[in-house]
Write a protein that binds this ligand. Structure first.
Ligand SMILES: NC(=O)C1=CN([C@@H]2O[C@H](COP(=O)(O)OP(=O)(O)OC[C@H]3O[C@@H](n4cnc5c(N)ncnc54)[C@H](O)[C@@H]3O)[C@@H](O)[C@H]2O)C=CC1
Ligand SMILES: O=C(CO)COP(=O)(O)O
Ligand SMILES: [Zn+2]
Length: 352
C-alpha cells in the first residue's frame, strides 16, 4: 500500500525587480493580510528599506511597528515574539540580511502568523526557504518554519548593497555542489531520504549561476536579478526537500563551526564557499573538481583562502576537524577527520 505523503510549502507571491519595494502595500492587500504589521530589521536595512516601508504603510492607513534585531539567536526570536504579542501584531515582515529574515520567520512560525520576506541583500538563500538557521551553544539548529507568504526583492536596493554581500550569496549557491554530493553520499551510506527533484534543482541552480558568473558585476541591477533568481531557486529546492540538505552539507558544518571559533570574521556565504573548495577535494581528490569550485568563486570575487576570510590557519583546521560534531547530519566528514588530514586538504587547496 502506498502511504507516502509530503507538504511542499512555498511562498504565494515572489515579487522581484526594479523598485518593487513600493509594492509592499499591494502585496499585503493581495495576500489578504489585515491588522498590525511588525517590521523586524537590523540597523542598516532599517534605513535602506525598513523606514521607507513604515512610511508607505502609514500612508496606506496601517499602524506598523518596527523592531531592531542585532544577532540571530533564540533569545532574539523570543524578544520579537514578546514584542508582537504585547503590541497585538497580526503579521511580520523580515527586512534585511539572513539573520533578520530568519528571526522574523521563526517568530512568525511560533506566533502562528504570516510573514513577508524583504531581503535587502542577495547574501544567502534563506530568503524563500521554510527553514531558520540558529546557533545554540555547541550546536546549530536548522528549524522548520513556515515559508514566507510573500517575498519582495527590490533589485534596485540589492544592487546598491555592498558588493561582498552579493558575492556571499553567489558563494552560498556555489556551495550547493558539495551539499548535493554530501546528500547523495548520506543516501547511499545511511539511507537518508534523497529527493531527485530537489537535488537536481539545487545543482542546476549552481551550474546556471557559474555559467553566468562573468556577467555578475557590482552595482548592476541585472546582476542582482540573476543572483536573486538563483537564491529563490535554491530556497525552493529546500522547500521541496523539506530540509536544508540540498543547500547545506559539510561546507556549511565547517562554516557553522567557524562562526563559533572566529565569530563575525566573515560572511556566511564566503565561509561556505571556502568550505566547499575543501569538501569538494575530500569528495573527488587532488585532481577533482575543487579547482572548478575555487575558480568559480574567484570569478565572482568571493574569498578562496583563510587570509581572505580574515581567519587563521588554526581556525580553519579547528573548524574542519570539529565540523562533524555540530549537527547530526551525515557528510563526507563521517565521524570526523584527523588534524593531519585537515592540514593536508587545506594546504593542497591553497586555503591555508
Ligand atoms: N534559513 C535559511 O535557509 C538560511 C539561513 N541563512 C542564515 O543567514 C545568515 C547569513 O545571512 P547574511 O545576510 O550573510 O548575514 P546578516 O543578516 O548578518 O547580514 C550581513 C550584513 O549585511 C547588512 N546588510 C543587509 N542589507 C544591506 C544593505 N542593503 N546595505 C548595507 N548593509 C546591508 C546587515 O545589516 C548585516 O550587517 C546566517 O545566520 C545563515 O545561517 C543562510 C542561508 C540559508
Ligand atoms: O545556509 C543554509 C543553506 O544555504 C541553511 O543551512 P543550515 O541548515 O546548515 O543552517
Ligand atoms: Zn548557506
Amino acid at each position: 500500500m502506498f502511504e507516502k505523503s509530503t507538504w511542499i510549502r512555498l511562498p504565494r507571491n515572489v515579487v522581484m525587480g526594479h523598485d518593487v519595494l513600493a509594492d509592499v502595500g499591494a502585496v499585503i492587500a493581495d495576500t489578504h493580510l489585515t491588522g498590525r504589521p511588525l517590521i523586524v530589521t537590523s540597523p542598516t536595512p532599517k534605513s535602506v528599506a525598513g523606514e521607507p516601508i513604515v512610511d508607505q504603510l502609514e500612508a496606506d492607513g496601517l499602524d506598523p511597528l518596527l523592531t531592531i534585531v542585532e544577532t540571530a539567536n533564540f533569545q532574539a526570536v523570543e524578544r520579537v515574539i514578546e514584542t508582537a504579542r504585547s503590541a497585538d501584531v497580526s503579521y511580520l515582515l523580515g527586512v534585511g540580511g539572513g539573520k533578520a529574515i530568519d528571526i522574523a520567520k521563526m517568530a512568525a512560525d511560533d506566533l502562528g502568523v504570516d510573514f513577508i520576506s524583504v531581503p535587502t541583500a542577495a547574501s544567502h538563500d534563506g530568503i524563500v526557504s521554510g527553514r531558520g538557521s540558529v546557533p545554540d551553544g555547541d550546536t546549530r539548529h536548522s528549524v522548520a518554519a513556515a515559508p514566507p507568504i510573500a517575498v519582495i526583492a527590490d533589485t534596485n536596493v540589492i544592487a546598491e548593497a555592498p558588493w561582498e554581500l552579493t558575492t556571499a550569496g553567489c558563494a552560498d549557491i556555489i556551495s550547493n555542489y558539495t551539499a548535493v554530493k554530501d546528500w547523495q553520499l548520506a543516501n547511499r551510506l545511511q539511507n537518508v531520504e534523497y529527493s531527485e527533484y530537489a537535488g537536481a534543482l539545487s545543482q542546476m541552480t549552481a551550474e546556471m549561476l557559474v555559467d553566468r558568473a562573468d556577467s555578475i558585476k557590482p552595482g548592476l541591477e541585472e546582476s542582482a536579478w540573476l543572483v536573486v533568481k538563483a537564491l529563490v531557486s535554491s530556497g525552493v529546492a529546500m522547500s521541496i526537500a523539506g530540509s536544508s540538505r540540498p543547500a547545506s552539507g559539510a561546507e556549511h558544518l565547517f562554516s557553522h563551526q567557524l562562526d563559533r571559533i572566529a565569530p563575525g570574521a566573515a560572511l556566511h556565504g564566503h565561509q561556505v564557499g571556502v568550505g566547499a573548495i575543501m569538501i569538494e577535494y575530500l569528495h573527488s581528490g587532488e585532481k577533482g573538481a575543487w579547482h572548478d569550485v575555487r575558480d568559480a568563486l574567484e570569478r565572482i570575487d568571493a574569498p578562496t583562502t583563510a587570509d581572505e576570510l580574515g581567519v587563521s590557519a588554526e581556525d580553519v583546521v579547528d573548524a574542519l576537524t570539529s565540523a562533524h560534531e555540530i549537527r547530526d547530519r551525515y557528510t563526507i566528514l563521517g565521524g570526523g577527520i584527523s588534524e593531519e588530514a585537515a592540514i593536508q586538504v587545506a594546504t593542497t587547496t591553497g586555503v591555508i
